[in-house]
Design a protein around this ligand. Structure first.
Ligand SMILES: *Cc1c(COP(=O)(O)O)cnc(C)c1O
Length: 235
C-alpha cells in the first residue's frame, strides 16, 4: 500500500467534512459559505495545526488552557482564529483572553470580568459565545448556562468592555436526537436575537451530528475526530 502522509489524511478528512457541510446546507437551502468550520485540534500536535492552515483551515478550537496557550504561541505566525471551547475557570479566564479570538464557553457571570480584564491587558476585542446547556436541569456534569439565565448573562457581556457578544454555543446531549436538541437551541437563540440582533452566531455540531446542526442553522461547526482521527483519550 502506498504511504499516506499525515497531510493526505488531513486533506481527506477535511474534504469529507466539507462535503457533509455542503450536503446539509443544500438540504436546508442554505449557502455552505455561511458555515464556518472550526477544526478542534485538542490532543493533536502543533504540526497538525500547521498542516491544517496550509490546507485552508482558518479557525481552530481548543478546550484546555495550557495546551491551547502553548499551541497558539507555536502557531502565532499562521494567522488562525483560535476558539476556546472548553470549561473555563475564572482564574484562567484573563489568560485565555490573551490568545483566544473567540471564547465559546462563557456559561456564568463570574467569567465576564476576568475575560474583559484579559482583553484590556492585551488591548484586543474578544468574541464571546454563551454556552447553553441543552441537558435536563438535573443532569450530572451539565455544562453550559441554563437557558433561563441567558438574558442576564448576555447583558453582562454587552456591558463589559472589549467583549463582543456574538451568539450561542451548545453541545447536543448524549442519548437524545440531536435534531430535537438543536431545535431547542434555535428557540433560545431566537430569544437572544430579539434583544441582541448582532448575536447571530450559532456554534453547534461536532463530528457525529454536524449535519443536523447545519440543517438547524448553525453558523459554526466544531469538528475534531472527523478531520484528525480519533483522539488518544475521549475528551
Ligand atoms: C472535542 C469537542 C468537539 C469536537 O468533537 P469531535 O466529536 O471530535 O468532533 C466539539 N465541541 C466541543 C465543546 C468539544 O469539546
Amino acid at each position: 500500500m502506498a504511504h499516506v502522509s499525515r497531510r493526505d489524511e488531513l486533506e481527506g478528512g477535511l474534504a469529507r467534512v466539507r462535503e457533509s457541510i455542503a450536503g446539509a446546507a443544500a438540504d436546508a437551502g442554505r449557502d455552505p459559505g455561511e458555515v464556518t468550520l472550526v477544526v478542534v485540534t485538542k490532543f493533536f500536535p502543533a504540526s497538525d495545526v500547521r498542516l491544517l492552515a496550509e490546507l485552508g483551515v482558518t479557525d481552530v478550537g481548543e478546550n484546555r488552557h495550557q495546551e491551547a496557550e502553548a499551541k497558539a504561541a507555536e502557531c502565532a505566525d499562521l494567522g488562525l482564529r483560535w476558539h476556546f471551547i472548553g470549561g473555563l475557570q475564572s482564574n484562567k479566564a484573563a489568560a485565555v483572553a490573551a490568545y483566544a479570538d473567540v471564547v465559546e464557553s462563557v456559561d456564568r457571570r463570574k467569567l465576564v470580568a476576568p475575560l474583559s480584564k484579559g482583553a484590556h491587558q492585551c488591548d484586543h476585542a474578544v468574541d464571546v459565545l454563551l454556552q447553553v446547556s441543552l441537558d435536563p436541569p438535573d443532569r450530572e456534569g451539565r455544562s453550559g448556562a441554563d437557558p433561563a439565565d441567558v438574558p442576564a448573562l448576555a447583558a453582562a457581556v454587552e456591558e463589559a468592555g472589549l467583549l463582543r457578544l456574538r451568539g450561542l454555543m451548545a453541545v447536543a446531549p448524549l442519548g437524545e436526537d440531536p435534531a430535537a436538541a438543536f431545535a431547542r437551541l434555535v428557540e433560545v437563540h431566537a430569544g437572544l436575537l430579539a434583544d441582541h440582533p448582532d448575536a447571530t452566531w450559532l456554534s453547534a455540531g461536532m463530528s457525529g451530528d454536524l449535519e443536523h446542526a447545519v440543517r438547524a442553522g448553525a453558523t459554526h461547526v466544531r469538528v475534531g475526530s472527523a478531520v484528525l482521527g480519533s483522539r488518544p483519550t475521549n475528551h
